[in-house]
Design a protein around this ligand. Sequence first.
Ligand SMILES: CC(C)(COP(=O)(O)OP(=O)(O)OC[C@H]1O[C@@H](n2cnc3c(N)ncnc32)[C@H](O)[C@@H]1OP(=O)(O)O)[C@@H](O)C(=O)NCCC(=O)NCCS
Length: 170
Amino acid sequence: MDDWVDLHAIESDPEVARYQGFEPRTVAETQAYIEHTLARARAEPRLTYDLAVVLHGSHAVIGRCGLEIADLESREGVVWYTLHRSLWGNGYVPEALRAVVDFGFLELRLHRIWADCDPRNRPSYRVLEKIGMRREAHLVENAWLKGAWVDSLIYAVLDREWQARGQAIK
Ligand SMILES: CC(C)(COP(=O)(O)OP(=O)(O)OC[C@H]1O[C@@H](n2cnc3c(N)ncnc32)[C@H](O)[C@@H]1OP(=O)(O)O)[C@@H](O)C(=O)NCCC(=O)NCCS
């Protein structure tokens, strides 16, 4: 729960929330989000891994990067990520997301991992491209976000593709 202070500095920023499904968070919303995250982490079976991103040697939370098993039967997971605005452009989220995708394929034995993002959010889809995810679809006005219909890009990667590129530790 102590992480709420760091997380709030990130998620109360309108630029960070701009293309996400939430408005800049209030303190109460940030605290409720962490409570919800902790409850999901205790669920059996555990389906959600909403993890803090920290710099090596530090405990300060600079972002979060997560994975949820969206469908157990088809072994499919979905990922997401966010970073404090002052640290954008250092490659931190690609590094964090690679680790989360490794975890999804190696530990959770997923078959397919996907992500969606708003096509206007170039930094976000660049992260997906940099780690080698494939653009599979451009959905048109499939979501109602902040008072408008918006498009979505769908990116994905399969377990065998990830391993063929040697990204996962065998
Ligand atoms: C998307 C996000 C997580 C990227 O994380 P990151 O660690 O900065 O990723 P990278 O360092 O690899 O940079 C990715 C792209 O961001 C862009 N970028 C870099 N610095 C930037 C800055 N200061 N301002 C705006 N965009 C910037 C660049 O286009 C870069 O791509 P390039 O390397 O091809 O030029 C981060 O921008 C963020 O937290 N955005 C708000 C939350 C969000 O939209 N999450 C995704 C929801 S789908």
